[in-house]
Design a binder for this molecule. Structure first.
Ligand SMILES: NCC(=O)N[C@@H](Cc1c[nH]cn1)C(=O)O
Ligand SMILES: [Zn+2]
Ligand SMILES: [Zn+2]
Length: 531
């Protein structure tokens, strides 16, 4: 509890509040908890395989504790969001380090043994910049218990109020039951959810039903540099995964806004940087315009050859290695609860591709590749009529990869295609293209691990979760699958309208609090699986 109390007391002293929270008081209140009616079905769905310290009274007690600590949980998330751990911006590297140290201290406070692992340097503009350390932790080593490896990330996408946020992105604000802030749902809320679930077991005086291993990084939003190497060539040979039975990641979202899901597939990503240089400096367009081959014109030309207006990717042979759709897979989409019109409205889009047909929309999110244009470095993006000809611009685009596309093959297709188009352009300028990629991932959702997570989800939300795939990418998922050789599962905390990476990213208070209970129930359920 100390990690919450420390944080809360810091918050309280800041706010000069009269409220004081004492550990002992909380425990006394918990002792009087009654079983809530929603747990009625709980005992009949269980198949206990081994005798564990936890009993059917554990979770009701724990849920009550969670409900009593909502304000502390919000305060801790506010502290985490206030650290602008933006991994793609080297200026924020110290904030990334600070975020990792902050989380290391919190893990220690719940009793975990922690280590900060050095993963070397990254090169930006020819300069070597130290990567943030990866936080590795262990909690419990009871050979009779199952061991879960939990992964999460502590870094965030950039955000400025001037991008169109209604409040400061790095100051968590509650409005209408929603916690707005960068990283609230992606991925600081879920990471803290694990911490709170573990702490809740401790605070109600119950043993954790499983052993835990943690891998928390601060470079996920920038391609997880250094992490694969650490997992495969250091942690694996050192035996870190030897005792791991299951891997769980909470870094994704429900499909919609009301029904929970469990996720067994992600797309990969191949992210491209396309640089064109026409001069060693920016040029006044009134003085030099009409006399040079402009870098921006070349870049726009190339970027416009990548994708058609119906979303079809124009790179030669890009669809060749996409796994064919089988009858069985095709049927899966029929039963999924997904309202495309609600989806369209939630993002205020004018119209969806594929005539908004549900199955097509889901397939194009989950099992077909897509190409997106993201931006241009060096372009005049600020307001005002700047009349410069940029000397150098870097266009950014990415392809979301699907089974069975291999990043190396896709990169080669893209490089060959861009070079061909560049030759057709006959520009004297300098062109350079490079990429960073991560593979797609799928898992077997019929595994007992998924059934355990489904039971936990039903306990919390009183409905069977959808088994879903997702269009986003968490590059390390497949590495964790390979390093551990064990079943990997994605257990989302947030809702489909959380707007990760976008303006006004948020996490519903309900999803946060019920998510903490979900994680605790998941630990309980996995604790009951045969060892
Ligand atoms: N929550 C997962 C997520 O947002 N992942 C990023 C990963 C990424 C890779 N390169 C840049 N970002 C995503 O965009 O899917
Ligand atoms: Zn994420
Ligand atoms: Zn993200």
């Amino acid at each position: 509890m100390s990690y919450l109390l420390n944080s809360l007391n810091r918050q309280l002293s800041l706010l000069s509040s009269k409220v004081l929270i004492s550990n002992a008081n909380l425990i006394r209140e918990i002792e009087t908890v009654k079983v809530r009616p929603l747990l009625k079905f709980y005992s009949v769905t269980q198949q206990p395989v081994s005798e564990k310290m936890t009993t059917e009274k554990t979770l009701p007690k724990l849920f009550k504790f969670v409900d009593q600590n909502v304000e502390s949980y919000k305060n801790l998330l506010k502290e985490a969001v206030a650290i602008p751990s933006i991994s793609c911006d080297a200026k924020h590297r110290e904030d990334c380090n600070r975020m990792v140290f902050w989380m290391r201290d919190k893990l220690k406070e719940v009793g975990a043994a922690t280590e900060l692992r050095d993963v070397g340097y990254q090169t930006i503009d020819g300069k070597e910049i130290k990567l943030p350390p990866v936080l590795v932790g262990t909690l419990g080593n009871d050979t009779k218990k199952n061991t879960i490896c939990v992964y999460g990330h502590l870094d965030v996408q950039p955000a400025l109020k001037s991008d169109g946020w209604d409040s400061e992105p790095f100051d968590l604000q509650e409005r209408d039951g929603k916690l707005y802030g960068r990283g609230s749902t992606d991925d600081k809320g879920p990471v803290l959810g694990w911490l709170h679930a573990i702490n809740a077991y401790k605070e109600i005086g119950e043993e954790l039903p499983v052993n835990l291993k943690f891998v928390f990084e601060c470079m996920e939003e920038s391609g997880s540099e250094g992490l694969d190497e650490l997992l495969m060539n250091k942690l694996k040979p050192e035996g870190f995964f030897d005792t791991v039975d299951y891997v769980c990641i909470s870094d994704n979202y429900w499909l919609g806004t009301t029904k929970p899901c469990i996720t067994y597939g992600l797309r990969g990503i191949s992210y491209y940087f396309l640089e064109i240089e026409c001069a060693k400096m920016d040029l006044h367009s009134g003085v030099f315009g009409g006399t040079v081959h402009e870098a921006m014109s070349d870049l726009i030309y190339l970027m416009n050859t990548l994708v058609a207006k119906d979303g079809k990717i124009l790179i030669t042979d890009i669809y060749k290695s996409v796994a064919p759709l089988t009858d069985n897979e095709s049927k899966l989409y029929d039963s999924i609860d997904f309202d495309t019109e609600a989806y369209r409205k939630s993002i205020e889009a004018y119209e969806l591709l594929h005539k908004g047909v549900k199955e097509q929309i889901l397939m194009h999110r989950w099992r077909y590749p897509s190409l997106s244009l993201h931006g241009i470095e060096g372009a005049a993006f600020q307001p005002g009529a700047k009349t410069v000809i940029p000397g150098k611009v870097i266009g950014k685009f990415s392809i979301r990869l699907v089974p069975d596309q291999e990043p190396d093959e896709v990169e080669k297709l893209v490089f060959d295609y861009v070079h061909k188009k560049w030759a057709e352009r006959e520009s004297p300028n300098k062109m350079r293209i490079w990429a960073q990629s991560g593979r797609a991932w799928t898992e077997n959702p019929d595994h007992p691990h998924y059934q355990a997570a489904a039971r936990a989800t039903k306990l919390i939300y009183q409905t069977d979760p959808d088994m879903s795939r997702e269009g986003g990418s968490i590059p390390v998922t497949i590495t964790l699958q390979e390093a551990s050789g064990k079943n990997v599962l994605l257990l989302p905390m947030g809702a489909g309208d959380d707007m990760a990476h976008s303006q006004n990213e948020k996490l519903n208070v309900r999803n946060y609090i019920e998510g903490i209970k979900l994680f605790a129930a998941y630990l309980y359920e996995v604790g009951k699986l045969a060892k």
